[in-house]
Structure formats: structure tokens, C-alpha cells
Ligand binder design. Structure first.
Ligand SMILES: [Zn+2]
Length: 364
């Protein structure tokens, strides 16, 4: 019996050295995780921890949910703790799906459902100018442009609305589900009443993980249960990531993060589903671009590139190609089969790091 207690004490100590509970969340040591997963800690300061392996670079800001994964800002569900601990939930729902190869999709992408936000009596954001700019008009114009570019590549494209009509929110994912769409992409433009001159840039959303609060302005609490969309949330996150990356890089835009929200249009989608806030109509220079057809054409092209990158990373194996084994969990959830899924495909060396990595974040 005494030996049993000694053993129990030893186990408890081993676990407590690498794990903790903070505000009810299970956290583990970033150093332990990086060692178990082939990453090296290249910088460890009071405010920031940087990890790298051959293909990935992860930047964690302590006391903050802001992380950077291979050059793209991703908002975690819980802040990284000052003591260099990260929540197990973020490792599972944000890091793992983006840094490690995902299971291929069951079928190729054939049908893409585009959802131009708002319409009819629902104008969306309204911004004064020579005349009132209504968000609903620009989301529809972007959807038409994106549809044309995707059709040229051979995709079947359906729209949740083709004209200035009101479509109830639950109808939008229902249209995608009914048509067995392989992707659902909702298009919006943002507005901010505070600091209009400085708040700019795209944000791309996918469904919030179960057990976390959403990271949009009106984010719901963590007590919301699983939605249909949570069944494919890893793929949705990868799609959101690839599109946000392409928008930021190709439009040279401010990166306002991959974020999570239980938006009504995302909750019930049965396929990978995202919502793009393509920039701020209230920002004087970004607003002008949003109202310009030539810029929307570039934005559509950037979204297409993001879709193609996502497709490369998730396409089902051809009959000749051996099936890539699914990531395996080992070491008590610490270690996964390490294959990068967000580095360019084929994996390219990391670009010379000329970006600013602000800490604390220079962000509204
Ligand atoms: Zn909107």
C-alpha cells in the first residue's frame, strides 16, 4: 500500500511539472510541448516565446491570445500564460490543425457556395459618402466577381442570393447543405466607429471550438455546446487561415487575425465554412478600395489563391498515391506526427523575416 502511495505521488508530480489548471482550463508547458513535437525554442523573453522547426515558426505573446503561425495572426481561445503555459484546447483546436498535416478530405472540391452578406431590407453596414455606401451591394459585387473567377477554374458555384433580396440567416447554410456544397464562404465588409483612420484590414472567421468563447466583438460565452460546424472545424480553420494569409499577402493589408465566432451562417454548415470580413468600409483609404471594382477583382483573386492552397493541403489521395496516415497522438496528447500544413505547399523556406512582430500588439 505504501508503495502504491509513493507511486501515486510520483505520477502526480510528473503531471504537475508540465500541466496546470488556469481558470478551469488545462494548460501545458510550451517547452515540453515543443520538445515533444520537434520544435526548438529560439527566443524566450518575458513577453514572447518563439518556436521553430524546419518548416514552421510559431510566435506566442504571453498574457495574450494573439499568436502568429507561419506569418499569419491567429487569435487563440485562451491567453498564453506568463509562466509559458498554453491551453490544451488551443493546442488541439488551433495549433494542431494548422501546423500538422490534416486527414485528406473525402472528396475533391467541386461545388462552392458563396454567401453575399445581407441584402434587401438588411443593408449591412452603412457608411456616408457622396451617397450612402451599403455593405449589401459590395458583398454581392464581390460574390459575382469571385463566382466568375471560380467558374473559370471549373468549379460549380452557387450563391445564396443573386440579387438585392433578403435571405434569412438560417437559409444561407441550408442552401449550401441542400446543394451538397464542399465549401461555404460568407462575404462581408466591416465597420468601426472607433479610430476609423487606423482600424483596417481583413478578418477571417470560422466556428468557435466547443468550450471557448468567440473572438468577435459580440462573442458568446464558452457555455455554448457543439454545433454541426464543429464536426469539420479543423478544415474550416485551415481554409480560414489560407484565405486570411492570401488576403494579407496579396493585398498588402493589415492582418486582423483568423478569428472564431458562432455566427448563425457558420453554425449549421455541414462543410468547411468561413466568413470573410474583407476590410473596413469606415477606414477612409480601405473604404475607397472596397468601393472600387478593380480592387474587388484583386480581392477575389486572393480568395481564389487561398482556396487553391487549401485544396492542395486537403485533396483526397489519387488511387496511385498512398494514403497519408492521420496525425497520431502520443505522449499524453503532447506529441503529434509532425508534418507542416500551413507552410506553402510544396513547403518553401521561411521568407526573410522583414515583418514587424509587435509586442505588445499594436492593434485596436
Ligand atoms: Zn456584414
Amino acid at each position: 500500500m505504501k508503495r502504491f502511495f509513493l507511486l501515486l505521488t510520483a505520477i502526480c508530480f510528473a503531471v504537475s511539472s508540465e500541466a496546470a489548471f488556469i481558470n478551469g482550463q488545462s494548460y501545458i508547458s510550451i517547452s515540453d510541448w515543443s520538445r515533444a513535437n520537434g520544435f526548438h525554442v529560439v527566443s524566450f523573453t518575458r513577453d514572447q516565446i518563439i518556436l521553430t522547426n524546419k518548416t514552421s515558426r510559431l510566435v506566442f505573446n504571453t498574457d495574450s491570445p494573439e499568436a502568429e503561425i507561419n506569418g499569419v495572426d491567429v487569435r487563440l481561445s485562451f491567453p498564453v500564460a506568463k509562466s509559458a503555459l498554453i491551453s490544451q484546447l488551443d493546442l488541439e483546436t488551433a495549433i494542431k490543425p494548422l501546423v500538422f498535416l490534416q486527414k485528406p478530405s473525402a472528396k475533391r472540391i467541386m461545388t462552392i457556395c458563396l454567401d453575399p452578406g445581407h441584402g434587401g431590407k438588411d443593408t449591412g453596414n452603412r457608411v456616408p459618402g457622396f451617397f450612402w455606401h451599403n455593405e449589401k451591394n459590395y458583398t454581392l459585387a464581390l460574390a459575382f466577381e469571385l463566382r466568375d473567377q471560380l467558374k473559370k477554374l471549373g468549379y460549380n458555384v452557387i450563391l445564396t442570393r443573386n440579387s438585392d433580396t433578403f435571405v434569412e440567416l438560417p437559409m444561407r447554410p441550408a442552401i449550401a447543405n441542400r446543394n451538397s456544397a464542399d465549401l461555404f464562404i460568407s462575404l462581408h465588409f466591416n465597420a468601426s466607429q472607433a479610430d476609423k483612420n487606423n482600424v483596417a484590414g481583413p478578418e477571417t472567421y470560422c466556428i468557435t471550438p466547443v468550450g471557448a468563447a468567440s473572438s468577435n466583438a459580440q462573442g458568446e460565452g464558452a457555455d455554448h455546446g457543439a454545433t454541426i460546424a464543429n464536426h469539420v472545424e479543423d478544415k474550416s480553420l485551415l481554409l480560414a487561415y489560407q484565405i486570411q494569409k492570401s488576403l494579407v499577402q496579396n493585398l498588402h493589408a493589415e492582418d486582423r487575425d483568423v478569428r472564431r465566432a458562432r455566427f448563425a451562417v457558420l453554425r449549421d454548415a455541414q462543410m468547411p465554412a468561413i466568413l470573410i470580413e474583407g476590410g473596413y468600409m469606415t477606414n477612409p483609404s480601405e473604404g475607397k478600395r472596397i468601393y472600387d471594382a478593380a480592387w474587388r477583382q484583386q480581392m477575389a483573386a486572393a480568395i481564389v489563391k487561398g482556396i487553391l492552397n487549401y485544396q492542395k493541403l486537403t485533396s483526397p489521395p489519387s488511387p496511385q498515391t498512398p494514403v497519408v496516415p492521420a496525425p497520431t497522438n502520443a505522449l499524453n496528447g503532447l506529441s503529434w506526427k509532425a508534418t507542416n500544413s500551413t507552410a506553402s505547399s510544396p513547403p518553401a523556406p521561411l521568407p526573410k523575416d522583414t515583418r514587424k512582430y509587435p509586442s505588445p500588439r499594436q492593434r485596436q
